[in-house]
Design a protein around this ligand. Structure first.
Ligand code: AIR
Length: 433
């Protein structure tokens, strides 16, 4: 009887084949067809499921990371929907459907999620209740809201590491910044330490080195951690990609080279110029971290190499990351293509380098706010192996990430020299200053 019903209604049902199961189940007449779909789901990993099809990938956040991800969705002809608060979001020009809205608003995120088949993120500040409800209703949300909950809050992120025996710098958790003074007075905290707001800090916001009590003045009175300051030899990062089916791959270790005075990352260098045993240690810690989260998608693991060559996890980002931008030109599979492969449960690509890669961030120069100008960009284009990426943000402000430049070369020492020329030549300024 059910089969007869199915046969009789097949023609009528055809237009619904690309709907997800949950949509079809809503319609009483189609219950039997939904059952058949459940047994043999059409949308999961069958040939040509995602490519040139009605499948929709949803991306929460429409900034530069999303824009670079869209290069690869276009390469594969995968249909995309993007939600971002800004009318001028860099993704707007490259996605199939753009929605303007608040990523922290429950209804906005929930209603957006209902339009897509798989949901991913390119920024962590997302309404988690909405993501959780979507996941509970059967939507594939990668990374999972559970993982995001741990990561969104720096205190719970650090507790996760200690609970899973993942090495990290010692820390104390405070409900409010105002409680820190007491801890200093009673000897529970010693200078120097690093104050980190538990939530909403990004690109260096919400982090301050505290060397004396007066450094606490002006800090937001919020939930925070005080972390022991690690005099590290190197800051390293490893990007790990993991599929729902468990396949896992790591990119080579990258090294962040800091400006000696400004204490700002100047160059991301791949491969890191470190001992092979240290590199392996960093890779092992990164893989362990991704497994502990049962992560799906990319996980960028930022680490310190201490003076004693210990590896400590500093923080993680569950998405494509600045430390992986070099991979667009230097790797066999870019981090963005890999993120797509991972969240769609497709075979992961090779992560090794074709040549050495160095990345220089293009951030807004201090004292410049307004319409952006990339001064001397033509000069750097004439250098060997140099590719600028311009994010498409019309307005610059001091330290805003406006673009980056990748330098590739078979010889890492040559690449490093060219990177320095790039850094000293191109400037992100505004027309109004
Ligand atoms: N981003 C997300 N987390 C960290 C970073 N850097 C990227 C995302 C996001 C964009 O920065 O691509 O959409 C926001 O940049 P801005 O300059 O508008 O704050």
């Amino acid at each position: 009887m059910p089969l007869l019903f199915f046969k009789k209604n097949l023609a009528f049902l055809m237009p619904f084949i690309h709907l997800s199961c949950k949509d079809i189940i809503l319609n009483d007449d189609l219950r039997i067809f939904a059952l058949i779909l459940k047994i043999n789901p059409l949308k999961v990993n069958t040939n040509n499921t995602y490519f040139s099809s009605d499948f929709k990938l949803g991306i929460l956040g429409g900034g530069q990371l999303g824009k670079m991800l869209l290069n690869d969705t276009r390469k594969f002809d995968i249909y995309t929907c993007v939600l971002d608060p800004s009318e001028e979001a860099p993704c707007k020009i490259a996605c199939n459907e753009f929605y303007q809205g608040d990523l922290m608003d429950f209804d906005t995120v929930y209603n957006f999620g209902k339009k897509v088949d798989v949901l991913t993120i390119e920024i962590e500040g997302i309404n988690l209740q909405a993501l959780q409800k979507l996941e509970d209703e059967g939507l594939k949300v990668y990374p999972s809201p559970k993982t995001l909950r741990f990561i969104q809050n720096k205190a719970t992120q650090k507790l996760f590491y200690t609970d899973h025996n993942i090495p990290t710098a010692p820390f104390t958790r405070f409900a409010f910044t105002s409680e820190i003074e007491d801890a200093i007075d009673n000897g529970g905290l010693v200078f120097p330490f690093v104050w980190k707001a538990a939530q909403f800090g990004y690109d260096g916001n919400g982090v301050k080195v505290i060397r004396q009590k007066s450094d606490l003045e002006g800090l937001n009175n919020v939930e925070c951690i005080a972390e022991e300051m690690i005099p590290f030899k190197n800051e390293l990062a490893v990007i790990v990609a993991r599929r729902p089916s468990g396949e896992i791959k790591n990119y080579p270790v990258v090294e962040m080279e800091f400006h000696p005075e400004a204490n700002q990352v100047e160059y991301v260098i791949c491969p890191a110029r470190i001992d092979e045993t240290i590199a392996q240690k960093a890779i092992d810690v990164a893989l362990k971290t991704a497994e502990a989260y049962q992560h799906v998608g990319l996980l960028a693991v930022e680490m310190f190499q201490t003076q004693d060559d210990e590896i400590l996890v500093n923080e993680v980002a569950p998405r494509p990351h600045n430390s992986g931008h070099y991979s667009i030109e230097a790797s066999v599979t870019s981090q963005f293509e890999q993120h797509l492969r991972a969240v769609l449960d497709l075979p992961l690509g090779r992560t090794s380098n074709k040549q050495a890669g160095i990345m220089v961030n293009l951030v807004g120069t201090e004292g410049h706010t307004g319409n952006v100008v990339y001064k001397n960009i033509e000069e750097i284009l004439s250098l060997d192996g140099v590719t600028p990426h311009i994010y498409g943000k019309k307005q610059t402000r001091p330290f805003r990430k406006m673009g980056h430049v990748t330098i590739v070369n078979m010889d890492i020492t040559k690449a490093r020299k060219i990177a320095e020329t790039v850094k000293n030549t191109i400037k992100v300024i505004s027309t109004n200053n």
